[in-house]
Write a protein that binds this ligand. Structure first.
Ligand code: SF4
Length: 365
């Protein structure tokens, strides 16, 4: 057996030793993997970690998104989603629109609604408190996952409240967890290039810490493959790993690859599938304290998401029901993302995995 374990370099041998002994890889070791190791080596280690935790189980849920408005006061340069009020392609749903949408999406049969949108001048804590009251009264079983840290900061400023109060008010009305978006790369120099008006790194982390301290789980993301370096990715994940050591409040990390269509970044090139898969694997290895790594299929495509499950990811996201436009507007290959539960289960089984329906807290349903 020892003869089979031939390592290309001493550094790879050392990293494998740490991983197989449930240790923590350093920033320099993560950089070594990004700069020197091939995707198969990274996949081998990441798959070991994933299998040790979850075996062949792969999680999915029955969910829908409501992107309540794409009218946004910000103009992030990478964003293909936002519009100005009155501009062609802008939308803005009322509370009753959202209830009708959920009825059309057979919300009785799903477990989670994911609500997010632009920073709308009239939609702040009061509007969403009313919306959640309506949703919970019509569909009491639905877990409401909503808002990025960017929206929470916006509500706090607009309504002159602190983060604790905004989160407590929305939680009382039915907010179950926060989404992980808006993190982009947690480095303020990079954020100046990507999204100069957006929540800074420290505030993004503070909002999540506040939610965790209030007993609320959140997700976290990384938008990568644009202007950042490998060191910037590691710095980003280091901020997440440090906060998770303190709070244990992140459920899931979702790597989001930059898509080049319809934005102001002026970068037309996207990273390769090979680099994307390697990034899943390094995320799994570096973020040893975040339980779940999601392969978000509406962003990367069903087949690529399936591949990512052999590179450390354990969560396939959900049925979606053609309810999100954020990535289709950015040129994703899934222009109308929707999968039946049967389709997800069959796809996972055919690839040798054990499909497990989960709730929003990752307990099996
Ligand atoms: S990324 Fe979010 S905050 Fe930025 S412009 Fe798009 S919708 Fe607005």
């Amino acid at each position: 057996m020892d003869d089979l374990l031939k390592f290309r370099t001493d550094q790879e041998k050392e990293i494998a030793g740490i991983v197989f002994n449930s240790g923590r890889i350093s920033d320099e070791q993560a950089l070594y993997l990004y700069e020197n190791s091939d995707p198969v080596f990274c996949a081998w280690l990441a798959d070991y970690v994933k299998n040790a935790r979850f075996g062949k189980d792969v999680y999915y849920n029955k969910n829908t998104h409501v992107e309540i408005t794409n009218i946004c006061l910000n103009q992030c340069k990478f964003c293909s989603f936002y519009r100005r009020k009155g501009e062609e392609g802008a939308w803005d749903y009322s509370c009753s629109d959202v209830i009708s949408i959920l009825e059309q999406k057979n919300a009785e049969e799903i477990t989670e609604v994911h609500i997010t949108g632009g920073l709308h001048p009239e939609k702040t804590t009061g509007f969403y408190s009313e919306l959640f009251t309506h949703i919970k009264s019509r569909f009491p079983h639905l877990h409401i996952k909503a808002f990025t840290a960017v929206e929470i900061e916006y509500f706090a400023k607009a309504d002159n409240m602190d983060f604790e109060t905004v989160i407590a008010l929305l939680k009382e009305k039915g907010l179950g967890s926060l989404a992980g978006g808006g993190a982009e790369i947690l480095d303020d120099k990079i954020r100046k290039t990507l999204c100069p008006e957006k929540t800074d790194s420290a505030t993004w982390l503070k909002v999540h810490k506040t939610a965790h301290n209030a007993g609320m789980k959140t997700n976290c993301t990384m938008l990568y493959g644009h202007v950042e370096s490998y060191r910037d990715r590691i710095k980003h994940m280091s901020e997440l790993r440090n906060l998770q050591d303190e709070t244990q409040g992140f459920n899931c990390f979702i790597p989001l690859k930059y898509k080049s269509y319809g934005n102001q970044m002026g970068i037309n090139k996207e990273i390769s599938l090979s680099e994307e898969l390697k990034n899943y694997a390094i995320s799994r290895l570096y973020l040893d304290n975040i339980p779940h790594i999601k392969a978000y299929w509406p962003m990367t495509g069903k087949e690529n998401a399936l591949l990512a499950l052999s590179f450390g990811a354990d969560d396939f996201d959900g049925t979606i029901g053609d309810s999100t436009k954020i990535y289709s507007m950015a040129g994703a290959e899934e222009q109308k993302p929707s999968m039946s539960e049967k389709e997800i289960r069959q796809m996972l089984k055919d690839a040798g995995f054990n499909p497990v329906e989960r709730d929003s807290g990752y307990d099996p349903v």
